[in-house]
Design a protein around this ligand. Structure first.
Ligand SMILES: Cc1ncc(COP(=O)(O)O)c(C=O)c1O
Length: 501
């Protein structure tokens, strides 16, 4: 029996199922491997051959293979067929072990929310050690650690037994319920001057991360079973958080002017919230045009809905001034603004914030008091001083210069090593770039080939609700790669792209 017949004998799909085709294929192959129907060393057909045989898209097959490779069930080496991994290797693979415990977990009585994570493919082993092209990561090595340490040390030095009651009472006292007040004042001043936000310190709530802020906002504003408008493609974590809160994401396509909001199509009483990244859309990098911003705000009024504006990396604009925030255009108190220090400083600062419309302050404050763990008070005090003494804005200026230079080097290197038809323009900002690919080059295939060069290259399909219609692009971070390494790593990346042709 040929290897292709082995697969075709038992592979079937349920076209009406809610489960995406790639996941059905992944599950069928995984079960066959676990049940020893597909034995170690068995060679699978190429993605192109299998997609033709099954009458499904090549992306679907590549996605299923990718997942099985990342979990250790399959092995792929450049130039040879994808094979079933030997049992010994599977068992020594950490991810494989965590997945094989799925059966025992499924015996637990998990909530609907808990069950969402039974089949989650997230790598919980932290940030991959391969840093080249991982999107979204700032360069932590440029953080002014000496200044930061002195600020933290100062806060700890002021601790003493005699004033410990007072120290402890700082986070508990009324004026600090929403976060350390001088920190909120310095954030509000920064937002007013740099992002033209209209806000006072009492509209600001300090969280440990954007994720925590988003989770809290979903719980405060939406009921289980309701829908949330999200960008397609869009920030995957935001969709996980929405689902954890019982919300159904409604994907709205993004084009070069951003979210294609439509007043007729998207008016639905069941949609109470929209989550958007208008300054610099994650992951495509486009900004929402002024006209669409106005339409989105109009939609919120017509549909009686809220908008979450995630302004995660707007500080890094290099060639054009950013457009006004939605919050500053909002005349009807519809926008909840989220900002974070993760990108602009470093993720370990663990500080993000919400700016809420005035009418939400009191309710949010009560719920926040009962349910939200704020960042440690000494970190908040150090950050407040770091901002008021001007270190924050000089750090932004410094990083803007570094990232602008790296972005230019990256785009130049891409244009040098890529075939002419793939040339790209320099985007106006951001610390990652979207690289669209033509139909004959599959983004998932590039990702797999780049991994062989020790590069972390994300296909954009991971951000899509409609995986089968996902845009064929790569999402590439460059902030953590030194100037010297950019041409070297980019050359390797381009080699992987050309090999995928
Ligand atoms: C779109 C977007 N928003 C916000 C964040 C920051 O999230 P957090 O503060 O939870 O680390 C990220 C991080 O990658 C992001 O991609």
């Amino acid at each position: 029996m040929s290897r292709n017949q082995i697969l075709l004998d038992w592979l079937t799909f349920d076209e009406r199922s809610d489960v995406a085709l790639f996941r059905q294929l992944y599950l069928a192959l995984r079960t066959a491997i676990v049940e020893n129907k597909l034995v170690a060393g068995c060679k699978l057909p190429s993605s192109r051959t299998l997609s033709k045989q099954l009458g499904i898209s090549r992306n679907t097959v590549v996605n299923a293979y990718e997942l099985l490779i990342s979990e250790g069930y399959l092995t792929a080496h450049t130039g040879s067929a994808t094979q079933v991994t030997s049992l010994f290797e599977q068992q020594s693979n950490k991810k494989f072990q965590s997945n094989s415990s799925e059966q025992s977990i499924s015996l637990l009585q998990l909530s609907k929310t808990g069950s969402l994570f039974l089949k989650d493919d997230t790598d919980l082993n932290g940030i991959p050690t391969v840093e080249a092209f991982l999107p979204g990561n700032p360069d932590h090595t440029e953080f002014p650690l000496k200044i930061w340490k002195s600020k933290i040390a100062k806060q700890y030095k002021s601790l003493s037994l005699s004033n410990s009651i007072q120290e402890v009472s700082v986070p508990l006292s009324e004026s600090h319920t929403q976060g350390y007040k001088p920190l909120r004042e310095s954030i509000s001043l920064y937002l007013k001057t740099s992002r033209m936000l209209s806000c006072d310190a009492d509209q600001i709530f300090v969280f440990t991360s954007c994720r925590a802020a988003l989770d809290f906002t979903c719980r405060m504003l939406c009921n289980q079973g309701e829908k949330i408008l999200v960008e397609e493609p869009g920030y995957d974590t935001a969709k996980v958080i929405a689902r954890m809160n019982g919300l159904q994401p409604v994907p709205v396509d993004v084009d070069r002017d951003g979210l294609q909001i439509n007043l007729r199509k998207h008016c639905d009483a069941n949609i109470n919230l929209a989550y958007v990244t208008p300054s610099h859309q994650w992951p495509t990098g486009v900004s929402l045009s002024l006209e669409r911003r106005k339409t989105l705000l109009e939609w919120a009024v017509l549909n009686n809905s809220w908008i979450i504006e995630d302004d995660y990396d707007s500080e890094f604009r290099f060639t054009q001034k950013p457009l006004s925030t939605l919050q500053s255009l909002d005349q009807n108190q519809k926008v909840i603004y989220i900002g974070s220090f993760s990108k602009v400083l470093v993720p370990s600062i663990q500080t993000a914030y919400l700016v809420v419309p005035k009418k939400l302050i009191t309710t949010f404050e009560r719920a926040f008091w009962y349910t939200v763990q704020r960042p440690p008070i000494h970190g908040q005090q150090a950050l407040a001083e770091f901002i008021t003494e001007g270190h924050f804005t000089s750090q932004i200026r410094k990083m803007r210069r570094i990232y602008a230079r790296r972005q230019m080097l990256f785009v130049e290197s891409l244009n040098k090593y890529l075939p002419n038809e793939l040339r790209i323009e320099r985007p106006p900002g951001g610390i990652q770039i979207a690289l669209p690919l033509p139909q004959n080059i599959c983004a998932e295939d590039v990702s797999r080939r780049a991994a062989a060069f020790n590069l972390h290259v994300r296909p954009m399909s991971i951000y899509s609700e409609n995986v089968d219609n996902a845009i064929n692009s790569l999402h590439l971070g460059f902030a953590l790669i030194s100037d010297k390494d950019i041409p070297v790593k980019t050359k390797l990346l381009c080699k992987a792209i050309i090999q995928s042709k």
